[in-house]
Structures are given as structure tokens and as C-alpha cells.
Design a protein around this ligand. Structure first.
Ligand SMILES: [Zn+2]
Length: 476
């Protein structure tokens, strides 16, 4: 960790308050993020969580940590088995297109890849080993071909979710294939297979691992029995993460996770997102409606991860307008004249902006504060330009800091979002409009503006030729 970086503190769900992040190994963070069940294309609720986790890993790196992130891919569960059976294909054949679309979507939203994406079906041996340990310790029992975790043996159960477990007991419904449970609260570790289902051999007969068990086995395999941060959406707290703690800590006798972080729900147009309401949009649905991936990313990152986020088209449009302001500022800065000589008036503004940005992120990922630092800097730069006090080297310093800030936000530079073949994001109509505006500026003898437009077009790979019959442009 660099000396100048502030000590981060995050809201730990287990403590219900913000606590300092104390890594197990100095400067290094082991991060486990629950991944997709590849039974359908990921929806925007999933992407809210994935973008929160992307922000977290980028912010940790900005604050000076090495991050080692593991995200599982759940490629076997009841729904997948049923759907693959109905389609008459193997599990792999069924899940492959959804795994591909998951990674494609990550790229579209500029979500950084985790260090590792282990698949459940490739870690059944580790899961069986974990169940064997629990059986040996007497907290797991075999019933009717399935193995269950005995909640009554775990005095600590409920520590994360703080639920009243007598309520859970009364309200719980028992699935038909889990009638063998001693207590309705017990959860399945190994599920016996029905005839004809895809299955794995185990000491308890053929079957498949339970979902909760997957995450315990894979996180501990790659991050060790104790690691720094475990994240997910709030709907993962109970029972998924509660059960992960029960399995892992009962097996190892050690504290499984130091910091639990959860992102809040996403609503759509003020409603809960649900299959029945038909508002579980996939990324492809939104792109089809003409929404820009860059605006979507910005939209998701501007609401704090622990606040409910209401997804509306108007909200995404506002995000796009916000980006436009950032782009205009960048353009202005890139083309401003460093007329103020050698002495910079911006040194303090730059230092303060960097400190405020880092402090915002370290304060439970306060993105509004981090963005306020950026916009505060922009204001100072604008004043310097307007009063001709932008000094030699200021432009590079400020753009350097913005680039550094963009390692966290990943939206500040429009050049990173241009698709191939696009001239700097400008289509023909926009180029025509800019060329006409340049003509007008020249007629008005506003040469600063006409030069500015020429530079903007040049940057977008468009050159203007002035001919006797008027200007012509071409892409280089
Ligand atoms: Zn999980």
C-alpha cells in the first residue's frame, strides 16, 4: 500500500457497521464474488452486483492493494438439470452459450476479469471432501440418498443474517425431495440423483452437490480457509452466505471471511424486478433499445451500492448527459492553451482532488464523493483556462489524474468506448454538422472555435480539405 493511500473501511454486513479493512496479508486482498448460475442470460439485477464488485476491485487497486478475485460459475443445479433434460442435451451443451454470453456482457460493460472463474462441475471432488469432513464431525447426516447439514449442531448459525430462526422454521416449506430432513431448517449438502439425471459418484451414492456447498469448497480451495472479502447481492445473505459460513467454519474451525459486503436490490421503473413482471432485462434487451453500454456503466456506478437503485430509461439518459459534460470538459482541457507560463496555479487543486477522490473510495466506496472530487478539479481547471492561467504542464498533470481516476470508474475516456470503424464515435451526420459549424465560425472570424473543431475532427480521424467549392472531409 502506498504511503499516501487512506485506510479503507467498508460496511461489513456481519457487524452491521463500517469497519476498517485489515487484510490478512499486508497489501493483498483475497476476494470471492458469487458468480452467475448459467441457466439464463444474466439480467440487469445481476449486472448491478457485478459492477459493484468491479468497482470494489478497481478501488482496492487504486488504494494500493493487490487483488486476487475468484468468481464461481454455477454450471449445475436443479433448474439447469431440468432444462438440459427437456432440451435433450448434456449439461455442458446447455450451459456453454450462457457462459459465453456472460463473458461477452462483462466485456461490453468494461467489467474487468477476475483472476479465476472456477466451474462447479470441475470441483465436485473438493466438494465431496468437504462433505466428508462435515460427516466425520457429526454435523452432516445421510437421509434418503441425500446429505444434510444439521443446523442444531451449529450454535453460531444465523450470525450473518441475524434472522429469528424460529420464524424461519415455522415459515419454511420443505421441497418434495428434501423430506428426509430432521429439521426443516437443515440444508442440503449433497442431493441424491433421480434416475436418468446427470450425476457424480460419491460415498453416499450418485448425486450432485448443493449450491451453498459449491461456494464454500471453491472459495477455500483458491483463497484459503480464511480470506478477506466475500461479496454478493443482499438476497445472497440468507440462506446462501449464512450456509457458507456454517459449512466452512464447522469444517475448519476458523473464521471463514473477514468482511461481508452486499449490494442492494435493483428495481425497474419503481417495481420489483421479477420474471412475472417481464422486467428482468438482459443486456442484449437494453442494447436493442438503443442504450449505450458506457451510459449504463455510469448509471450503475453513480448510485451507492448499498442504496436501492431504480432503473429507468430517464435515469440512463441522465447518465448519458453527465458523460457528455465530462467529455466536453476533457475536450476543452485537451485543447486549451497553456498561456499561464511556468508557474502552476493548479498544484493544490490537483493534490486535493486526488486526496478527496481516494478518501471517498476508502469511505465505503462513496462514488458521489469521488466524482465530486473530479468535478471540483474540472471547475478549477475551467477557471484557470478562462483567466489564462493554465501553466506549462498543467494539461498533462490534470489529464494524468483523470486517467488515474478512470482506472476506477472506467467511463471517463470516450476513446475507450469507440467501436471499430467508428470515427471517434462520430457518425457522418455529426461530422457534417461540425464541418458546417466550422464554416460558420470562420465566417464569424472565430478562429479559436474553428481550430477547435478542426482538432476535434482530426482526433476522430477526419481531415477537412478546403476546396474552391467549399470544404470536403474524409476519414483517414
Ligand atoms: Zn455463492
Amino acid at each position: 500500500m502506498s504511503e499516501s493511500s487512506p485506510q479503507p473501511s467498508f460496511y461489513n454486513t456481519e457487524d452491521r457497521r463500517q469497519v476498517p479493512l485489515i487484510p490478512r496479508e499486508d497489501g493483498r486482498i483475497g476476494l470471492y464474488t458469487c458468480g452467475p448460475t448459467v441457466y439464463h442470460h444474466a439480467h440487469i439485477g445481476n449486472f448491478r452486483t457485478f459492477l459493484f464488485e468491479d468497482l470494489l476491485r478497481r478501488a482496492l487497486r487504486f488504494l494500493g492493494f493487490d487483488v486476487h478475485q475468484v468468481m464461481n460459475i454455477t454450471d449445475v443445479d436443479d433448474k439447469i438439470i431440468r432444462a438440459a433434460g427437456e432440451a435433450g442435451v448434456s449439461l455442458d451443451e446447455y450451459t456453454e452459450p450462457y457462459i459465453d454470453s456472460f463473458f461477452r456482457d462483462l466485456d461490453v460493460l468494461h467489467i474487468e476479469r477476475a483472476e479465476l472463474y472456477p466451474r462447479a462441475t470441475e470441483h465436485v471432488a473438493e466438494m465431496i471432501e468437504l462433505i466428508e469432513t462435515l460427516v466425520e464431525k457429526g454435523v452432516a447426516y445421510l437421509s434418503d440418498g441425500s446429505v444434510f447439514f444439521r443446523i442444531a449442531e451449529d450454535a453460531d448459525y444465523g450470525r450473518l443474517s441475524k434472522l429469528d430462526l424460529t420464524q424461519v422454521q415455522q415459515g419454511a416449506r420443505v421441497a418434495a425431495d428434501e423430506y428426509g430432513k430432521e429439521d426443516v431448517r437443515d440444508f442440503v449438502l449433497w442431493k441424491g440423483a433421480k434416475p436418468g439425471e446427470p450425476s457424480w459418484d460419491s460415498p453416499w451414492g450418485v448425486g450432485r452437490p448443493g449450491w451453498h456447498l459449491e461456494c464454500s469448497a471453491m472459495s477455500m480451495k483458491y483463497l484459503g480457509p480464511e480470506f478477506d472479502i466475500h461479496t454478493g447481492g443482499v438476497d445472497n445473505i440468507f440462506p446462501h452466505h449464512e450456509n457458507e459460513i456454517a459449512q466452512s467454519e464447522t469444517a475448519t474451525g476458523r473464521q471463514f471471511v473477514r468482511m461481508w459486503m452486499h449490494s442492494e436490490h435493483l428495481q425497474v421503473d419503481g417495481d420489483k424486478m421479477s420474471k412475472s413482471l417481464g422486467n428482468q432485462y438482459t443486456l442484449a434487451d437494453l442494447l436493442e433499445r438503443g442504450l449505450e453500454p458506457r451510459a449504463l456503466r455510469y448509471f450503475f456506478l453513480t448510485t451507492h451500492y448499498r442504496k436501492k437503485l431504480n432503473f429507468t430509461l430517464a435515469g440512463v439518459e441522465d447518465a448519458a448527459a453527465g458523460l457528455k459534460r465530462i467529455d466536453e470538459m476533457r475536450f476543452r482541457l485537451e485543447h486549451a492553451e497553456e498561456a499561464g507560463g511556468l508557474e502552476s496555479t493548479l498544484t493544490t487543486a490537483v493534490t486535493e482532488a486526488r486526496e478527496r477522490f481516494a478518501a471517498g473510495l476508502a469511505d465505503d466506496l462513496n462514488t458521489s464523493e469521488a466524482l465530486a472530487a473530479l468535478f471540483g478539479l474540472v471547475k478549477a481547471v475551467n477557471i484557470a483556462i478562462e483567466t489564462s492561467r493554465l501553466a506549462m504542464g498543467d494539461r498533462a498533470t490534470v489529464l494524468g489524474l483523470i486517467a488515474e481516476m478512470d482506472t476506477v470508474f472506467g467511463v471517463l475516456d470516450p476513446a475507450d468506448w469507440r467501436t471499430e470503424g467508428e470515427a471517434g464515435g462520430l457518425d457522418d451526420a455529426e461530422i457534417d454538422r461540425l464541418v458546417a459549424e466550422r464554416q460558420q465560425a470562420r465566417a464569424d472570424r472565430d478562429f479559436a472555435r474553428s481550430d477547435q473543431i478542426r482538432d476535434q475532427l482530426a482526433e476522430a480521424g477526419v481531415v477537412i480539405e478546403d476546396t474552391p467549392s467549399g470544404p470536403r472531409w474524409k476519414r483517414t
